[in-house]
Design a binder for this molecule. Structure first.
Ligand code: NAP
Length: 250
C-alpha cells in the first residue's frame, strides 16, 4: 500500500488531508514538529520519509513576517526535496496560492514563489496546487488590514474557497499522477475582499467598519480588481461563501 507523508499534517489543511486519505483506505502519516519531524532543521525527516511514495507539503511558517516566511519556505523545501529523492519518493505535492506570481510586493507571495521554483528545479515529479484564499483566512486578512476600528481593503475580486474543499482537491491530486505543473483551485464565486471582510465581521457582530479603499495594500501588495482571479482552467469547488458562513458560530 502506498504511504503518504503529509508535512504540516497537523495543520488546518494537513489534518483534513490526512483524514480524507485515511477515509479512502490509504496510509497517511502527519509529519510536523508536534509529531517529531522538523522540515526546517531536517530533524526526523529521513525516518519519516523512509517508506513514503508521496509527500504532500501543506506546512506553513509560524511567523508571517517577510524574512521569516522566506526563510521558512526556502529552508524547509531545500531540506525536504533532497531527502525525498534519497528516499525514492515519486510525487511531491505542494500547496501554493492563486496569483502568487502577480504580487512581488508581498513578502509572503515571494516566499511561495521561491518554494515553487525549488520544486520545479528539483527533478522530482511534482504537482503544485495553487488555491485561492480560504474562507477561514478572511479574519486574518481583516486583522492585518485593521487600524483602530477601521478595516481598509480594496474591492479586489477573489474566488475564496472553503479549506475543506481545498483539502479534498489536494487529496485528489496526491492520489493521481504528478502533473509536473500547476492546478488552480478556487471557490464558485468572485467576491471583493472588502465584501468578504464586511460579511464575515457582520456575521460575528464585530463592530469594526470595513472601508473600500483601492489604495489599501494586501500583505504589502496593491491589487487591481482582477489580480487575484484564476485562469480559465481552474478547478471550481462547490461550497459557497454564504453556505460556509452559516456553519461558523457567530
Ligand atoms: N491561508 C490561505 O488562505 C491559503 C491559501 C492558499 C494556500 N495556502 C497555503 O496552505 C498551506 C497550509 O496552510 P494552513 O493554514 O493549513 O497552515 P496551518 O494551519 O498554520 O498549519 C501549519 C502546519 O505547518 C506545520 N509546521 C510548522 N513548522 C514546521 C516545520 N518546521 N516542519 C514541518 N512542519 C511544520 C505545523 O506543525 P505543528 O502543528 O506541529 O506546529 C502545522 O501542521 C500553507 O503552505 C499556505 O501557504 C494558504
Amino acid at each position: 500500500m502506498a504511504i503518504f507523508v503529509v508535512v504540516g499534517g497537523t495543520g488546518m489543511i494537513g489534518s483534513k488531508v490526512v483524514a480524507k486519505l485515511v477515509e479512502r483506505g490509504h496510509h497517511a502519516v502527519p509529519a510536523s514538529p508536534s509529531t517529531g519531524v522538523d522540515a526546517v532543521t531536517g530533524d526526523g525527516l529521513p525516518g519519516a520519509l523512509a517508506d513514503a511514495q508521496v509527500v504532500i507539503d501543506v506546512s506553513n511558517s509560524p511567523s508571517l513576517e517577510d524574512e521569516a516566511v522566506l526563510d521558512f519556505f526556502t529552508t524547509s523545501t531545500s531540506s525536504l526535496l533532497p531527502a525525498e529523492i534519497a528516499a525514492g519518493v515519486g510525487h511531491h505535492v505542494a500547496l501554493s496560492i492563486v496569483g502568487a506570481d502577480q504580487l512581488p510586493d508581498s513578502g509572503y507571495m515571494r516566499a511561495k514563489i521561491a518554494q515553487e521554483q525549488l520544486i520545479k528545479q528539483s527533478g522530482l515529479p511534482y504537482s503544485i496546487v495553487r488555491a485561492a484564499q480560504f474562507y477561514e483566512f478572511i479574519d486574518t486578512i481583516a486583522d492585518f488590514a485593521t487600524n483602530g476600528s477601521t478595516v481598509r481593503l480594496p474591492h479586489a475580486l477573489i474566488q475564496a474557497v472553503a479549506a475543506d474543499d481545498v483539502a479534498s482537491a489536494v487529496t485528489r491530486v496526491a492520489l493521481g499522477e504528478p502533473a509536473d505543473g500547476m492546478i488552480e483551485v478556487v471557490g464558485p464565486e468572485p467576491i471583493g475582499l472588502d465584501d468578504l471582510a464586511r460579511r464575515t465581521l457582520a456575521h460575528r457582530s464585530d463592530p469594526r467598519d470595513v472601508v473600500t479603499d483601492p489604495d489599501a495594500r494586501y500583505f504589502g501588495a496593491l491589487l487591481s480588481e482582477r489580480t487575484l482571479l484564476p485562469g480559465v482552467k481552474a478547478v471550481v469547488c462547490e461550497t459557497r461563501f454564504s453556505e460556509w458562513l452559516n456553519t461558523v458560530t457567530s
